[in-house]
Ligand binder design. Structure first.
Ligand SMILES: Cc1cc2nc3c(=O)[nH]c(=O)nc-3n(C[C@H](O)[C@H](O)[C@H](O)COP(=O)(O)OP(=O)(O)OC[C@H]3O[C@@H](n4cnc5c(N)ncnc54)[C@H](O)[C@@H]3O)c2cc1C
Length: 422
């Protein structure tokens, strides 16, 4: 009897939720930075938007970093926890090279609150989306607990394992890393600069599988350090990085008191771009936004969210809205640039420490405007091609030969296909 009443109540509640959601233009699935950015942009575009996520009230687990100028341009330059006047790289030790570009650690809580403020009127549901069924007027999303939500358009921002969107088959590489926020007795890093990439020697490390250090010093007692494999296929186990990080810190003279926080990083890179013939529009990690050369995606999500919202707002017909949404998430030009960047990633996968150093020496020797745009993912096709040509011109004959061989391999052919839109 009591069970029956409970069931009826649950049914009524789920019906009421579906009714509320029936009024939605857009339902965003996923509560990471991409989901919040997409939902906030939809609200700003005047769309009735709702958000469903399984970690709505939790802090985002990752420490996001980004370039100061880029964050300012995206309107979130004030939402940083710490910033550094400059970022440096050590490609050929001991020379530390200034990149002449400020870097910041994003205030994740602040960024989430910034979006949440724009979503004051938007309904949010704590739960996990399981399935989506489509008809002529919209989509019904069923959550794992049986509740149903309905909207004209659905955006999947469920991260690297998309919640609802179909993904093309592919063979991505993986960035893996182990990061520690440390309390230290002393460290050798300057306070005004952060070290974006340190390919200095690590005692005992295998030169065939290079890793680099990423280091953000906060004060003389606290520093965040991360040992990273830029990209590997298959993924290098995260725990492989522990002895390397320990050995590197010892070699650098970092005297550790204790580990305050641990960050475990696993990011698929160079995933195939999502098929555009589906009603669910993927966004963020789910849409393959992770930059094939850096592992970053946040700036791309912030940059493309308004275009996605405008595209979804432009059509009442759900099919047309989905088509426009896909085109906004992955414009044709951006697809071509990505094909070339992914080819660049394939090249890096195979390089040992000596060749990786030669490659980055060439890379950071190109004009800043070009490498900046390359890393930001905003480079035009000619800009990416020019950067690659310059890097090619700067490297040794042996590396040139290797790059040429790679260009003739299946991956090179794949890149050409991507460039011509095949
Ligand atoms: C440790 C680490 C550090 C990183 N550092 C940076 C950085 O500095 N800069 C940068 O740009 N990128 C960085 N990245 C890349 C990173 O993957 C992305 O920037 C970002 O987290 C991806 O955002 P997202 O919103 O697409 O996905 P996620 O952050 O993965 O968020 C997806 C959310 O959706 C929820 N979800 C999934 N499925 C469902 C479902 N079925 N129903 C409801 N909710 C669901 C998930 O629980 C999660 O909360 C880092 C990644 C890691 C792992």
């Amino acid at each position: 009897m009591a069970d029956g009443r409970l069931g009826a109540n649950r049914q009524r509640a789920s019906h009421a939720e579906a009714e509320r959601a029936a009024a939605l233009d857009v339902l965003v699935v996923g509560d990471g930075p991409a989901g919040f950015a997409a939902a906030a942009a939809c609200a700003a575009a005047g769309l009735r938007v709702g958000l469903v996520g399984d970690r709505l009230d939790e802090a985002w687990p990752a420490n996001y970093g980004g370039w100061v100028d880029e964050l300012a341009e995206l309107g979130v330059g004030h939402l940083v926890r710490h910033s550094w006047r400059d970022a440096t790289v050590i490609v050929r030790p001991p020379k530390e090279r200034s990149l002449g570009r400020g870097y910041a650690l994003i205030d994740g809580e602040g960024l989430k609150a910034h979006f949440a403020e724009r979503l004051r009127e938007a309904p949010r549901w704590a739960g996990r989306a399981a399935t989506a069924t489509h008809d002529a007027t919209g989509t019904t999303v069923t959550l794992t607990d049986g509740r149903t939500l309905r909207a004209r358009s659905v955006v999947d921002a469920g991260g690297h394992r998309p919640a609802l969107a179909r993904r093309a088959a592919g063979d991505p590489g993986f960035q893996t890393a182990l990061g520690w926020l440390l309390e230290v007795e002393s460290h050798p890093f300057g306070f005004e600069t952060m070290r974006l990439m340190d390919f200095g020697d690590v005692p005992g490390a295998d030169p065939r599988r290079p890793t680099f250090l990423y280091a953000m010093p906060f004060d003389d007692r606290h520093v965040f350090v991360e040992e990273t494999t830029l990209c590997a296929r298959p993924a290098r186990p995260i725990d492989d990085h522990r002895p390397l990080l320990e050995a590197r810190l010892a070699a650098l003279g970092v005297r550790v008191k204790r580990v305050l926080e641990t960050e475990r990083c696993w990011i698929p890179m160079g995933v195939p771009l999502p098929p555009a013939d589906q009603r669910v529009v993927p966004f963020g990690g789910a849409a393959g936004f992770v930059h094939p050369a850096t592992g970053y995606q946040l700036a791309t999500a912030l940059r493309r969210a308004p275009a996605l919202a405008a595209a979804l707002a432009a059509h009442d017909d759900p099919r047309l809205a989905a088509d426009a949404g896909h085109a906004a998430v992955w414009p044709a030009d951006a697809r071509r640039v990505w094909a070339l960047l992914t080819f660049g990633m394939e090249v890096l996968l195979d390089l040992d420490l000596a060749r990786t150093r030669a490659f980055f020496e060439g890379f950071f020797a190109v004009p800043r405007a070009d490498w900046s745009a390359y890393l930001a993912g905003t480079a035009t096709l000619p800009q990416v091609a020019r950067t690659m040509t310059r890097v090619f011109g700067a490297v040794s004959p042996a590396l040139k030969l290797r790059l040429m061989r790679h260009g003739l391999s299946g991956h090179g052919v794949g890149a050409v296909r991507g460039l011509v839109g095949g």
